[in-house]
Ligand binder design. Structure first.
Ligand code: MN
Length: 388
């Protein structure tokens, strides 16, 4: 049994001020091409299909076109989708009965009633059957009412109890699809800036991988860098594109998982994805940064750090003549380091006027004149008046 493991598409996402629709359209087509080439027996998408709970029309169209292209492959490849924490259950559920006719299986909520169970899809290969269990993103509060005798306060207990009520059979080949924060004996996965993890007090959202030890493979979403937890049966496949500068060094890919006979070793191949534009950091003096541009790299998404001691007003304009997708320009020199040092001191509560005075001093190396002070006073009063 060979299947693609994907997650965290975050369709509709922006990178700083750039709409990534074209990049996403291109990468989704690439996934369809790879599906045509590798002919997996199934495609798993482990949550966070959309970036927002209310996706834009453009985002819907992108995902719709993707599913449409996949369903046109013949013979058809079953697709299994779960909701992540960024998805809205209702919206992802839309047309799911119709989609099932095309072997696109969508699960948006864990079982909420006593008679409900996880959606299970059974596929066959030369070694027999494989059960895929779809377990969408869950908070303990969603399922607490199913266990009246238990006092559930953490994700791990809720997740374990939810699996215990399933008719799991460890003698069969079983794959779990989930979207949670898994840890290996207290060791957390490596995270990055685009996940926007809401920190749960006391790490109550962490689920240890021992809870899922009876599965032959656990296809996870939620963490945006591809990585395995433990011996490799529990894996995050990562996003198909870099969604923050912190992912500069990531190699984005499709995970191709090959599940052999029960008890034999699993194989995971990372099929590289080639983005329309790279996401890179460049650091140096203005002249060096300008000189580093080539025909190939000047269209990349770049985060530029300038180290010149002398700052000019035109540096952004100069850079924009060379690089056409600048994410940010950061100045890292003696002056900015000095400011950072000053700011790292005790934080104080300031009035807007006090804050402006300090800002002015920092930028101009001089204090406000009496006249300027007077004008700012009036501006602040006007803002205050209009805000109330
Ligand atoms: Mn995500």
């Amino acid at each position: 049994m060979r299947f693609f493991h994907l997650s965290d598409l975050h369709i509709g996402k922006h990178l700083h001020y750039y709409n990534l629709a074209k990049d996403q359209e291109m990468i989704l087509s690439q996934i369809v091409e790879r599906a045509e080439e590798y002919r997996p027996d199934a495609i798993i998408i482990a949550g966070d299909i959309y970036d927002k709970t209310v996706p834009s029309g453009e985002a819907y169209q992108l995902f719709d076109a993707f599913l449409n292209q996949l369903s046109e492959l013949s013979p058809v490849i079953p697709v299994m989708i779960i909701a992540g924490n960024h998805d809205s259950a209702d919206r992802l559920q839309y047309a799911s009965a119709f989609l099932e006719k095309h072997q696109i299986y969508v699960s948006v909520m864990p079982p909420l009633a006593q008679e409900e169970y996880l959606k299970k899809i059974t596929l066959k290969d030369e070694y027999g059957e494989v059960d895929f269990y779809l377990f969408p993103f869950m908070k303990p509060g969603y399922v607490r009412h199913l266990f009246e005798d238990e006092n559930i306060s953490d994700y791990e207990t809720a997740f374990r109890l939810m699996l215990e009520r399933e008719a799991l059979d460890a003698t069969r080949r079983q794959v779990l699809v989930a979207h949670q924060f898994f840890v290996n004996a207290g060791q957390a996965p490596e995270t990055c800036d685009s996940e926007q993890l809401s920190i749960v007090v006391g790490g109550l959202d962490a689920i240890d991988i021992s809870v899922v030890k009876d599965f032959d493979y656990v296809a996870l979403g939620h963490i945006h860098g591809a990585q395995k937890l433990g011996d490799g049966k529990v894996r995050y496949c990562g996003t198909p594109l870099k969604y923050s500068v912190s992912e500069e060094k990531h190699r984005k890919s499709i995970s191709l998982v090959t599940l052999g006979e029960k008890g034999t070793d699993l194989q995971v191949e990372e099929i590289p994805l080639e983005p329309m534009r790279e996401v890179r950091r460049i650091k140096g003096q203005l002249s060096e940064v300008m000189g580093a541009a080539t025909q190939e790299n000047r269209h990349d998404y770049v985060s530029i750090t300038l180290t010149d001691d002398k700052e000019t007003f035109h540096q952004k304009e100069l850079l924009e003549e060379v690089y056409d997708h600048i994410l940010e320009v950061i100045v890292d020199n003696a002056r900015t380091r000095n400011i950072l040092e000053q700011m790292s001191g005790e934080e104080k509560l300031q009035t807007p006027l006090e804050a402006f005075r300090e800002f002015y001093q920092m930028m101009q190396q001089q204090t406000l004149s009496a006249e300027e002070e007077e004008i700012m006073q009036q501006v602040m009063e006007k803002i205050d008046y209009e805000a109330n």
